[in-house]
Design a protein. Structure first.
Lengths: 387, 346
């Protein structure tokens, strides 16, 4: 590691609340980058920017700084940095409401999945391109008849000579219209009522392949980030299988720990919180309570990052943090409405008024995406009573 | 080391507890438990050996307090270990001879004149059970000293919190201090309340964790509609929500315990406020869930849960309510020139 100036072992054993060496400098670097982007390119902060604000150009600029795929090995275009440093970078991006949606899913979960399950050829094909901010991925899990009950998916992969043929429909696929590839969970053998979690597999689908149709789904705020992705006998070569045939369920559950555990699960309304603090200006207890919760969630999130660093996907802890975090995001909105009531207006020149509108309109999604809070509580609750 | 501390204290307390009827503390077992803690030196954890203490880190002190809170032992342990010992460590004041239980007093209008100290305070934890009382007294414009007086020199009006823990009004008039620190810029008079807030936070986090254990065990054993309650999805969801409150309370306390040392810093105020605010709200939300899951048995005096929840309902207000601390925390954040997010991350 040519970048490292630290003695070996210094990051191995420090209390989980303390900062790792160099974290403050990294944080300052990211802030300087964001300030530069604001001045030169004029981005405005958005709530939920990791879902709703894609900018391929911003993603490439971020990649140039080494901040996409930064924990991945250097041989695959990563920077070999610790999870804690990635946490610093993504916290700063979310706090600023930066347009990070284009690369978000590839950086968050596709990269780790490829590193864990991918063949060397698959890693070489995708990871460096992702880390350059040039290749975006979508995640194909839900289907028209499959929401919380993910095991009920019906998209099928049929074995053919030299590969597979995929047929079915994925839905709520964020940014499939911008993405180059999609990781799809599909059935490779028919459902068996007794063993419904078996017989599923993950495939890497080229979204430019013949037979793929991406149709927009407009959300209640008039925005387009969701899509329906129809797979009409899409040919997938042999090396399009990710991981092992039939192991799709376990692979996806491990991937969901990454999907659920990040700071985007409690910082989606952070830009509104900061605008609220500026607007209120006086130390109202309700503001203090939100700040205490934000500080607490950051600690929990660091504990999750430490688990990932140790190679332990924290499925239950991730579910718990997402449940707490998404409820906190909702409380930011209700507190803002109570302390600084304005008529929300997504077109307003005033940042607070605009951010409140965005947060209000996105509020229902916060407790749905990545697993509803009811599903999350089920995961935690079952773990508690099975001990 | 910390978990060893906790196990040792738990063993001592569990043995005393088992001698009483129905697993509840009696006046007698409570006294013998406290005497055992004193005899084994647990009340001196966090105070360096050169000051007459047993040494140990703040984390160790937190573990001692957590062990006693999880077993709902009504005792001055938290106040002594996490307030008195930290104040004395900060001021370098040694324990006077014969001081077995020095209770901190969040004193108003304290002063020392011609070698005589006077102060008064309302709802002082465990004052009538103390051997000595400790107060912060202004020594000069911006300097303070710690003074220790004999409890016998105080006029005490007994009171109690919801859990029956002594909360006494104290009046000390021209007593001769048995020990005085040299004048220092810290601890200021507010230090008692600040350290006390962390002490109560540690207690709440531990008590709530025990309430979760009880709830899981109860729901796994209690059969209704022909199956254990724990098989019902709604029950599992409530258990998960309770586990979330426990995790958040523990996280907030961990940050404070790891950030703080004997020497005060601005980070102490932030982490103390965060801990008290979050544990107070966890106490409220968590105890509501635990009682709902337990049904009527939970609201009896005989069952363990109520001893934890009733104490939490007092602890959440003691040494400053969540609302008071939240106002302080908000004021601190808004005063940060570099903005709220920078304040969050430093």
């Amino acid at each position: 590691m040519t970048m490292s100036t630290r003695p070996v072992g210094e990051t191995l054993d420090h209390p989980s609340s303390s900062k790792g060496p160099g974290e403050s400098e990294l944080r300052a670097d990211v802030r300087a980058f964001l300030a530069h982007r604001r001045d030169r390119h004029g981005f405005r902060p958005h709530c939920d920017s990791w879902m709703t604000s894609p900018s391929p150009e911003f993603s490439r600029a971020l990649a140039e700084r080494g901040w996409i795929g930064m924990t991945w090995p250097e041989e695959y275009g990563g920077r070999g940095r610790p999870e804690r440093e990635r946490l610093v970078v993504i916290e700063e991006l979310l706090a600023a409401g930066a347009p990070v949606a284009a690369h978000w899913f590839a950086d968050r979960q596709v990269g780790p999945a490829l590193l864990k399950l991918g063949t060397p050829a698959q890693r070489r094909l995708h990871l460096p391109a992702i880390a350059r901010g040039e290749r975006f991925f979508a995640i194909g899990m839900s289907e028209p008849d499959t929401g919380s009950d993910l095991a009920s998916i019906r998209t099928r992969a049929r074995r053919v000579t030299g590969g597979w043929t995929l047929r079915g429909t994925k839905i709520w696929t964020s940014h499939a219209h911008l993405a180059h590839y999609m990781i799809a969970l599909v059935r490779t053998s028919p459902p068996d009522s007794g063993r419904r979690h078996e017989g599923m597999s993950q495939f890497i689908v080229d979204l430019s392949a013949p037979g793929v149709t991406v149709r927009p789904i407009v959300t209640l705020d008039g925005a387009h980030h969701f899509n329906e992705v129809v797979l009409d006998d899409v040919a997938i070569p042999d090396d399009g299988l990710l991981g092992r045939e039939g192991e799709g369920w376990a692979q996806v559950m491990a991937e969901l720990a990454y999907e659920r555990s990040g700071p985007e699960r409690f910082m989606s309304t952070a830009p509104l919180l900061f605008a609220l603090a500026r607007r209120v200006g006086v130390p109202h207890p309700a503001l203090g309570e939100l700040l205490a919760e934000l500080r607490t969630l950051r600690r929990l999130s660091r504990e999750v990052a430490d688990s990932l660093e140790r190679g332990e996907p924290p499925s239950v802890r991730a579910a718990l943090v997402k449940d707490l975090g998404s409820r906190f995001e909702g409380r930011v909105v209700s507190t803002a409405r109570a302390l600084a009531p304005v008529e929300p207006d997504a077109g307003s020149e005033d940042d607070y008024t605009r951010l409140l509108a965005e947060a209000v309109l996105h509020a229902p999604d916060a407790t749905l995406r990545g697993g509803t809070n009811e599903i999350l509580r089920g995961i935690v609750g079952r773990e508690l009573v099975s001990r | 080391m910390s978990s060893e501390v906790r196990i040792a204290v738990e063993e001592l307390l569990a043995e005393e507890l088992s001698r009483g009827p129905g697993g509840a503390w009696t006046e007698e077992t409570r006294h013998t438990a406290l005497a055992g803690l004193v005899a084994q030196g647990w009340t001196k954890v966090g105070l360096p050996e050169e000051l007459g203490g047993e040494g140990g880190t703040l984390q160790d002190a937190c573990e001692v307090v957590a062990a006693s809170a999880a077993l709902a032992l009504p005792s001055p342990l938290a106040d002594v270990v996490l307030v008195t010992n930290r104040l004395m460590t900060g001021a370098g004041l040694p324990l006077p001879p014969g001081a077995t239980c020095v209770v901190p007093v969040d004193a108003r209008a304290a002063r020392i004149l011609d070698g005589a100290v006077r102060f008064s305070a309302a709802r002082v934890p465990w004052a009538r059970h103390a051997s000595h009382l400790l107060a912060v007294v202004p020594a000069a414009e911006t300097a303070y000293e710690l003074v220790i007086v004999d409890r016998a020199d105080a006029e005490i009006t007994p009171g109690a919190n919801l859990a029956g823990e002594a909360r006494d009004d104290v009046e000390v008039v021209d007593a001769t201090p048995l020990a005085r620190s040299r004048p220092l810029p810290w601890p200021a008079p507010s230090a008692v309340g600040e350290l006390g807030a962390l002490a109560r936070s540690v207690q709440i986090a531990a008590a709530l964790e025990r309430a979760l254990e009880l709830s899981v065990a109860y729901c796994s054993q209690r059969v209704q509609f022909g199956r254990p309650l724990s098989r019902l999805a709604t029950v599992q969801h409530e258990l998960a929500a309770l586990a979330g409150e426990v995790a958040a309370a523990r996280a907030a306390v961990s940050v404070a315990a790891e950030t703080q040392s004997a020497a005060p810093s601005p980070a102490d105020l932030r982490s103390t406020a965060t801990a008290k605010i979050r544990t107070a709200s966890a106490a409220s939300a968590g105890s509501r869930i635990a009682h709902q899951l337990h049904g009527a048995i939970g609201i009896t005096q005989e069952y363990e849960l109520s001893r934890l929840t009733v104490a939490m309902w007092s602890w959440r207000e003691e040494y400053g309510s969540a609302s008071a601390w939240a106002e302080r925390l908000a004021a601190d954040a808004l005063a940060a020139e570099t903005g709220v997010w920078d304040w969050v991350t430093v």
